[in-house]
Ligand binder design. Structure first.
Ligand SMILES: Cc1ncc(COP(=O)(O)O)c(C=O)c1O
Length: 451
C-alpha cells in the first residue's frame, strides 16, 4: 500500500475511531487488512498469528471457505428480517441445532447480538419468570454473582460483573447483587490449601443460599474459567456443586459460556465437563465462528411457560434487539457448527491442548511466572514480581502489555489482562502455530521481566 494512503488511514484511525478498552491518548494504530486461516495481515502485508482468536471468538480460522460460502448464499436470499413476531428459515434451523447440542432441557432460544445482551436477556427473563410463574415469588429480585466476574459492558451485565478496574467507576449506576469471592486455587484464603478449596467455596455458597435464597432470582457463573478475571480456573467440581446447591435452594442458574463455549475447553460447552444443565445458557463470540455479532440465550420450558398467556395479560417478554437472530449471523453459525463435524474438530483438539500444556509447563518455570492456568485451548500466564510472595508487578508497569508488544514484533498478536498473558488460539491452529505462539510468549516474558 502506498505510504501516504497508509498514513492517512492511520491518522483517521487515531482521530475518529474510539477503540474499546484503549487509552486513546497513547493508541498506536495496528490496521489489519485481511486474514487467512489463523493469520492476519496488516496494511503493509506483515503477517501475524492470531493468538487470541480476535478476542476469543474465532474458531476455525479467518476466511474459512465453508463459512464464507454460507454467508454469501444467505446474502443471495435476504440479509436481515425482524425477529419481532416473525421468523426466517436460517434462524429457525440454528435454534434447532443449538437445542440439539446444548445440555438437556434447554429447548427455548432467544436471540440477541452480543455476549452482554445474551446476559441481559437471561437476567431479565429470570426476574420476570419469578413474577409470572403459577406460584409467584416476586421477592426474588436480586442475583448472586462471583468476584472478578465479567459478563459484558451493558449496565445489567456490569452490575453482575465484579472486575474492580472496569466496573468501580459505574457503581452509582448499578443495581446491588449478592457477591461471593471468585473460587480459585492460586491466591487462596489463609488456612485453605488446594485440596480444601472446593469445600471452602461451596461452603460459602451454601451459607449465602441458606440465608438469602428467598430473595435471589438467579446465580450467574462463567463455567470452569473466569475469563476476563485473568483466566481464573475454578476448582474441579465447583460447577457441579453450584448446580446442586442452586437447585436445592430454588435459585436459577445462568451459565455464561460467552467466552468458554464452542470447543474452547475441549468440549462443545464447558458445562459438559461436569454434566451440568443450567437454567440459562448464554452464548455469543464463537457462536458464528467469530464472524458476525450474534448471541443466544437458551432456557427451559419451565421458564418459557411463565411467559405464556393471553395477549391482554401482558406476560410477554418485552425485550428485543433489532438485529437479534440476524440471518447472516445464523448462516455463519450453522456453517461453523457443520465445520465441527466436517473437520472432526474434537478429534484434533486433544493433541493441540496437550502441546499447549507442554509449553506452559516449561514457561511456568520462569522466575516471574507465578501461575499458569489452562483449560483446553484457553491459557492464562500470570506474571508476578516475586514467586514466593505472589506479589504482583505494579499494574501501571504494564508488564503484560510489554510481553504482548514483544510477541507482536515476533509476528504473534496477543492481548493481555493486566499481568496475565492470555493465549487462546483459534481451534484451527496447527501444532506448529501453537508452537510459534508459545515461543513468542516465552521470548516476550524474558524481555519484559528483565529487571
Ligand atoms: C464471559 C463473558 N460474558 C460476556 C461477555 C461480553 O460479550 P460481548 O463483548 O460480546 O458483549 C464476555 C466478553 O468478553 C465474556 O467473556
Amino acid at each position: 500500500m502506498p505510504e501516504t494512503a497508509r498514513e492517512e488511514l492511520e491518522r483517521w484511525d487515531r482521530e475518529h475511531v474510539w477503540h474499546a478498552f484503549t487509552q486513546m491518548a497513547e493508541y498506536e494504530p495496528l490496521v489489519i487488512e485481511r486474514g487467512d486461516g489463523c493469520k492476519l495481515y496488516d496494511l503493509d502485508g506483515r503477517e501475524y498469528l492470531d493468538g487470541v482468536s480476535s478476542l476469543w471468538c474465532n474458531l476455525h480460522g479467518h476466511r474459512h471457505p465453508r463459512i464464507d460460502a454460507a454467508i454469501r448464499a444467505q446474502l443471495d436470499r435476504v440479509a436481515h428480517t425482524t425477529s419481532l413476531g416473525a421468523s426466517n428459515s436460517t434462524t429457525i434451523k440454528l435454534a434447532r441445532r443449538l437445542v440439539e447440542l446444548a445440555p438437556p432441557g434447554l429447548n427455548r432460544v432467544f436471540f440477541s447480538d452480543d455476549g452482554a445482551t445474551a446476559v441481559e436477556v437471561a437476567l431479565k427473563m429470570a426476574f420476570q419468570h419469578w413474577r409470572q410463574k403459577p406460584d409467584p415469588q416476586p421477592e426474588k429480585t436480586t442475583y448472586l454473582a462471583l468476584g472478578d466476574a465479567y459478563h459484558g459492558d451493558t449496565l445489567g451485565s456490569v452490575s453482575v460483573g465484579g472486575v474492580e478496574r472496569f466496573h468501580a467507576m459505574f457503581s452509582p449506576l448499578l443495581f446491588a447483587v449478592e457477591r461471593l469471592p471468585a473460587p480459585q486455587t492460586y491466591r487462596l484464603p489463609p488456612g485453605i490449601d488446594v485440596a480444601g478449596a472446593l469445600p471452602h467455596y461451596l461452603g460459602q455458597l451454601e451459607q449465602v443460599l441458606a440465608e438469602r435464597h428467598e430473595r435471589i432470582a438467579a446465580m450467574i457463573v462463567e463455567p470452569l474459567v473466569q475469563a476476563a478475571a485473568g483466566m481464573l480456573a475454578h476448582p474441579a467440581g465447583y460447577l457441579r456443586g453450584v448446580r446442586e446447591l442452586t437447585r436445592r435452594y430454588g435459585v436459577l442458574l445462568i451459565a455464561d459460556e460467552v467466552a468458554v463455549g464452542f470447543g474452547r475447553t475441549g468440549r462443545m460447552f464447558a458445562c459438559e465437563h461436569e454434566d451440568v444443565a443450567p437454567d440459562f445458557l448464554c452464548l455469543a463470540k464463537g457462536l458464528t465462528g467469530g464472524y458476525l455479532p450474534l448471541a443466544a440465550t437458551l432456557t427451559t420450558t419451565e421458564v418459557w411457560n411463565a411467559f405464556l398467556g393471553r395477549y391482554a395479560e401482558s406476560k410477554q417478554f418485552y425485550h428485543g434487539h433489532t438485529y437479534g437472530g440476524n440471518p447472516l449471523g445464523a448462516a455463519a453459525a450453522l456453517a461453523s457448527l457443520e465445520v465441527f463435524d466436517e473437520e472432526r474438530v474434537f478429534d484434533h483438539l486433544p493433541a493441540k491442548i496437550e502441546r499447549l500444556g507442554e509449553h506452559l509447563k516449561r514457561i511456568s518455570q520462569h522466575p516471574h511466572v507465578g501461575d499458569v492456568r489452562q483449560r483446553g485451548l484457553i491459557a492464562g500466564i500470570e506474571l508476578v514480581q516475586d514467586r514466593a510472595t505472589q506479589a504482583p508487578f505494579p499494574w501501571a508497569e504494564r508488564r503484560g502489555q510489554q510481553v504482548c508488544d514483544a510477541a507482536r514484533r515476533l509476528g504473534v498478536l496477543l492481548r493481555p489482562l493486566g499481568n496475565v498473558i492470555v493465549v487462546m488460539p483459534p481451534l484451527a491452529a496447527t501444532i506448529e502455530e501453537i508452537d510459534r505462539i508459545a515461543l513468542a510468549v516465552e521470548q516476550g516474558i524474558v524481555e519484559a521481566t528483565k529487571m
